[in-house]
Ligand binder design. Structure first.
Ligand code: PFF
Length: 459
């Protein structure tokens, strides 16, 4: 095979890819979503299922997704078409690319609204609004924000514009450098917050909640949520990692970069949990408070620690950046496809995709106020109407199915020669282990979780 190159350019180094992929993986999923869904699903047992999914399903599928991307070197739709052709398989495999593009659009539509909350909190915190705040005060400030569609729309618009600007310029320029500096600072701030939580008086209770598994606290829906979150947090199953893989230089070891990215992502999520739950218990709050959890708890820390206004402002700025480096990867597959197939330039393509996602975002905005409704999904109580529907549909259904299809394609439909050549591990234990995981373990696990959700089997 002659070596393909991507028309969209290449990462400058192995580190650049690690940073970009970590930028995509680490985002609202780690700091906003993980704590609140762990809280809603009773903690420990949920966290354990999530960790197992990251290591036994997430890592092998991420390797599959990167290797498919690097071999195809195009947008996910065209990559899947090219590889299916090359491996003498049916063209239907390009559906993975199409479904992923739709999932990306749906996710960015709500992701941008939540990122808008983070932007709003930069200004809220900087203004000193949280100094000495009580738990009730923090909750009512959050309530005031989400009950006002106009303010939500303004912040959502701003965040979507930020995303479109970076994607227009190409994911490489500027982004690489931004992530290098910001990720380490975010990490340090999280450590600072964990340090604060250690002195909250309820640190052990927080740790116990997160790490002591109580299997009676988890439902079928909770297990699905944990697995879906493994996909969401690692940006898997929709082509984001595939398109980033398509810009990866040929000589880089996929296994190493994937393991590094997965570990960093997991550490950030666990740190966020360790910072938040002690505060939840110390202030008599509800772990299952839902999507507002971090916005109701972290201001309590910032409002009472020395230098809290400064640290708090910095924290929400970094959360915004973390969300930003993720949001660009959500629209990159669609933008790359438009550039390849419609011949339009990146700026127009990003604006078009961003525009559609911006409009869709209104659904999420209204879910937290006028259109809110409650429902129960597989034993889990939900109270944010269509936002929850979008979240379940994408993170819990579309991403795992996309990931399942990628695992099956790489494990069963690509020749051993192709995957071995791309992973470059020789025919040793690691390659065999990977192949076993993508052929059997990951697909079976996803199928079992779906079957138990549908009530076909009981585990
Ligand atoms: N991984 C991101 C997060 O945890 O915030 C969200 C995400 C980005 C999901 C890109 C999916 C994706 F393709």
């Amino acid at each position: 095979m002659t070596e393909r190159t991507s028309i969209h350019g290449q990462w400058s180094s192995r580190l650049a890819f690690i940073l970009a992929a970590t930028g995509s993986a680490v985002g609202l999923g780690n700091i906003w979503k993980f704590p609140y869904i762990a809280g809603e699903n009773g903690g420990g047992a949920f966290v354990l299922v999530y960790l197992l999914c990251v290591f036994f399903i997430g890592i092998p599928i991420m390797m599959a997704e990167v290797l498919i991307g690097r071999r195809g070197r195009q947008s996910p739709i065209n990559t899947m078409r090219a590889l299916a052709h090359e491996e003498h398989q049916h063209g239907i495999w390009q559906l993975i690319g199409w479904a992923g593009m739709v999932a990306g659009l749906l996710i960015i539509s709500f992701y941008s609204v939540i990122a808008g909350w983070a932007v709003a909190y930069v200004f809220r915190t900087a203004s000193g609004a949280f100094t000495g705040v009580t738990a009730d005060g923090a909750a009512s400030i959050f309530g005031g924000l989400v009950s006002d569609p106009e303010r939500l729309l303004a912040w959502h618009t701003m965040f979507m514009a930020m995303t479109v600007v970076v994607v227009s310029r190409g994911v490489r320029s500027g982004l690489e450098k931004m992530v290098t500096v910001l990720m380490p600072i975010l990490f340090l701030l999280l450590l600072l917050l964990v340090g604060y939580a250690m002195n909250s008086g309820k640190f052990m209770e927080g740790l116990e909640f997160l790490f002591a598994p109580d299997f009676s606290a988890i439902t079928a829906g909770g297990i699905l949520t944990a697995m879906g979150h493994a996909f969401f947090t690692l940006s898997l199953g929709m082509g984001a990692i595939m398109v980033y893989g398509s810009y990866l230089p040929k000589n880089v070891s996929i296994t190493k970069v994937v393991v590094v990215v997965a570990i960093m992502d997991t550490v950030v999520a666990l740190l966020a949990g360790m910072a938040i739950f002690p505060l939840v218990f110390a202030n008599g709050l509800e772990p299952g408070a839902g999507p507002g959890l971090i916005f109701k708890t972290l201001p309590l820390a910032f409002g009472h620690m020395a230098g809290g206004t400064l640290f708090g402002t910095l924290f929400f700025i970094l959360l915004t950046f973390a969300a930003w480096t993720s949001s660009i990867s959500l629209i990159e597959p669609a933008v790359a496809w438009l550039v390849e197939n419609r011949g339009i330039d990146r700026a127009k393509a990003s604006t078009a995709v961003g525009g559609v996602a911006w409009l869709l975002g209104i659904v999420t905005i209204m879910s937290f106020n006028s259109w809110a409704f409650e429902f129960t999904f597989a034993g889990e109580a939900k109270s944010s109407g269509l936002f929850d529907v979008l979240d379940i549909l994408t993170a819990n259904i579309m991403l795992p199915l996309g990931g399942l299809a990628m695992a099956i394609f790489a494990g069963w439909y690509m020749s051993e020669r192709s995957t071995m050549d791309e992973l470059n591990l020789g025919d040793g234990l690691i390659y065999r282990g990977w192949r076993f995981l993508v052929r059997f373990i990951a697909p079976l696990a996803v199928v079992i979780v779906f079957l138990q959700l549908l009530g076909v089997i009981k585990v």
